[in-house]
Write a protein that binds this ligand. Structure first.
Ligand code: ADP
Length: 632
């Protein structure tokens, strides 16, 4: 009987200890150490029930305990329970117990941080890195879903950047206005907040929490060097889940790591964007740009320089410029190299660059950096060609003007002489020279004027119905009157020629130019033939000669302004280089086209076609905006 009270006491002690351990399990049920406290707690509760049962037996006197081993065992259990009670009652004892219990949790924390560190060492866009962090962090915190919100300080908004366990359409467009006072203070203080009941929460806008069906939430601000970067928000859907102090501590450690990771990711993205932007600029810039590194190897070759040189970046990158540009060694020492781009642009040098199959004229400058040199160049070949043609034109024109002027002057001086007795015939011939050469002068000046009016757009012409055959005859007769002795000029008008839509004066000028050229470029004489025939709603004109001919590669260029095959007059035939340019422009503006077929030495045939009157009207009716009276 005297033992009954002992069993009561032992039962109470074991029950208390069991409940304490069960409480510890309830708190830390997410950690590995919890399994131990759960089983120990349940064991103690069971054995306390047994002791109380024995006590009840003893009190009622229905059963006597007399087994010594059983009593010894119970005394040992009682001593153990008392020792734990005492340990729990003292601070040191409590601390040592807590240390023991929290060891697995620490290991778990370290595991989580290790996993986060591994995730965060991978580069990628914020959505990917953030998503990976959340995927690792959510289970560690005991959350069912999580979202990463980034802070836009300027607009006072938090915007979703990544999520875990939440459907795309719920989080992608999610943003919260955090410009109110409560949120401002929350973002500034950087302390975590647990929302135990989402449905009761009024301070935070919990739309996303409600959308995912969360019962509780944990909001952890992310900071970098003292400034808010965003938040990590964890959601627990199950009702019994609570985010306790330990969970919050783990979440804060994760947020701390996330702050560094996000900042690094942001910087990486900035660098990547910057690089892409620079790449786009370089791809669209009109100037050729290439970069040669410290070892003398080309590391960048933009599309403009690829277009100028005809060399693809694949063929150039990784090689030295000397290897790919035959003329590079010759010009490299002459390229002005500056240390500032502004200075370099001002001091660009125009140099010839030999590409092997052709030569380019480039304006080039360079800027030297510690890790290499950037070259910027512009193709001036065409401009240079025009410049050359212009200066040749001035020389040719001076010559063209001086020759008739000298003849006129000579004839006039002779006529003025008192000491020479000139007969009538001689006088007439001198006057004819003056008239002829003045006419030649006037035609040269007319050509220059016509070309300049065509360029400035002040050339007016009136398209009307006209018969091509009589017009061609007029031109041929005028040309015959001036033709040198060895040249015959024939006309072959085709049959059944329709009327054409053209300005008769312009057409006369085109024909006269072509026939005049045919005569001029047949220095050893020959037959010049002007033929006309009808061809599919058009009239075709052909001026054929048996003269010098034109090399195939120049047959396009002879229609360019100022272009002359023989600028230095080695073949002894003068001209301004404007006649064919004027012909091409006039024919184009009357709706036709002009071309040449020629073989050197054998002669040339210039063709042009103009629309027949009916066809031209149909064309005009179709293109409403095109007036018949046009300004060229
Ligand atoms: P130009 O006043 O020099 O004759 P054009 O524009 O009429 O100027 O002709 C341009 C160049 O085309 C001429 O310099 C000449 O070299 C070549 N050319 C023109 N017509 C003929 C032709 N019928 N035969 C050979 N070459 C020609």
């Amino acid at each position: 009987m005297e033992f009954s009270w002992f069993f009561l006491w032992l039962g109470v002690a074991l029950l208390g200890l069991g409940l304490l351990l069960l409480r510890a399990w309830w708190r830390e049920r997410r950690f590995a150490g919890a399994a131990l406290s759960l089983s120990a707690g349940l064991l103690l509760v069971a054995s306390s029930v047994q002791q109380l049962f024995i006590f009840a037996m003893g009190v009622t006197g229905r059963w006597e305990v007399d087994s010594t081993p059983f009593i010894v065992l119970s005394i040992v259990a009682a001593a153990l329970a008392t020792a734990v009670w005492v340990a729990l009652a003292t601070r040191r004892g409590r601390e040592s117990l807590r240390r023991g219990a929290s060891r697995p949790q620490r290991i778990r924390e370290l595991e989580v941080l290790g996993a986060i560190a591994r995730v965060s060492s991978q580069a990628g866009p914020v959505e990917k890195v953030g998503g990976d962090i959340l995927d690792t962090a959510a289970p560690a915190v005991g959350a069912d879903a999580a979202v990463l919100l980034l802070y836009d300080a300027g607009k006072g908004m938090l915007r979703a950047a990544a999520a875990s366990g939440i459907r795309d359409e719920l989080w992608r467009t999610f943003e919260v206005d955090v410009s109110d006072n409560f949120n401002k203070v929350f973002m500034a203080q950087g302390r975590s907040l647990v929302v135990n009941d989402v449905s009761q929460e009024r301070r935070f806008k919990m739309q996303l929490a409600r959308a995912v069906g969360a019962r509780s939430a944990l909001i952890v601000p992310i900071r970098y060097e003292g400034s808010p970067v965003g938040t990590l928000t964890f959601y627990a859907v199950a009702a019994h889940r609570r985010f306790d102090g330990v969970t919050v501590a783990v979440a804060e450690l994760i947020a701390n790591e996330a702050g560094d990771v996000l900042e690094r990711t942001r910087l990486q993205e900035e660098v990547r964007e910057e690089r892409e932007r620079a790449g786009r600029v370089l791809a669209h810039i009109g100037d050729g740009v290439f970069f040669v590194d410290g070892t003398g190897v080309v590391r960048l070759w933009n599309p403009a320089i690829a277009a100028v040189t005809g060399l693809d970046s694949d063929d150039v990158l990784g090689r030295s410029p000397q290897d790919v540009l035959p003329g590079w060694s010759a010009i490299e020492p002459l390229v002005p190299v500056a240390s500032a781009p502004a200075y370099a642009a001002k001091h660009a040098e125009t140099l010839p660059l030999d590409l092997g199959d052709r030569e380019l004229w480039i304006s080039i400058s360079a800027v030297r950096f510690p890790d290499g040199t950037v070259y910027a160049l512009r193709d001036l070949t065409e401009e240079r060609g025009i410049e050359r043609l212009k200066s040749e034109f001035v020389a040719t024109l001076s010559h063209e003007l001086r020759t008739p002027l000298a003849a006129v002057y000579g004839a006039a001086m002779t006529l003025r002489r008192q000491d020479v007795d000139l007969d009538d015939d001689h006088r007439r011939r001198l006057l004819a020279v003056i008239a002829g050469e003045s006419d030649r002068l006037a035609r040269i000046v007319d050509q220059v004027l016509a070309a300049s009016r065509l360029d400035s757009g002040s050339f007016t012409f009136a398209v009307e119905h006209c018969d091509p055959a009589p017009l061609a005859l007029e031109v041929v007769e005028a040309a015959r009157a001036h033709a040198p002795p060895g040249v015959t000029i024939e006309l072959a008008p085709g049959e059944d020629l329709p009327q054409i839509a053209a300005d008769p004066d312009m057409l006369r000028q085109v024909l006269a130019n072509l026939v005049e050229n045919a005569v001029k470029y047949s220095p050893s004489g020959g037959r010049v033939q002007l033929s006309l025939w009808r061809h599919e709603g058009r009239v075709l004109f052909a001026v054929r000669d048996e003269g010098l001919g034109i090399p195939l590669r120049e047959q396009e260029r002879i229609f360019e302004k100022f272009f002359r095959l023989d600028p230095n007059l080695t073949r002894g035939v003068g001209g301004t280089g404007l006649g064919l340019y004027i012909c091409r422009e006039l024919v184009r503006r009357m709706g036709g086209r002009i071309w040449v077929a020629s073989r050197e030495v054998e002669g040339s045939t210039f063709f042009f076609e103009l629309p027949a009157a009916g066809a031209a009207e149909r064309l005009t009716a179709e293109s409403v905006d095109e007036p018949t009276r046009a300004r060229a």
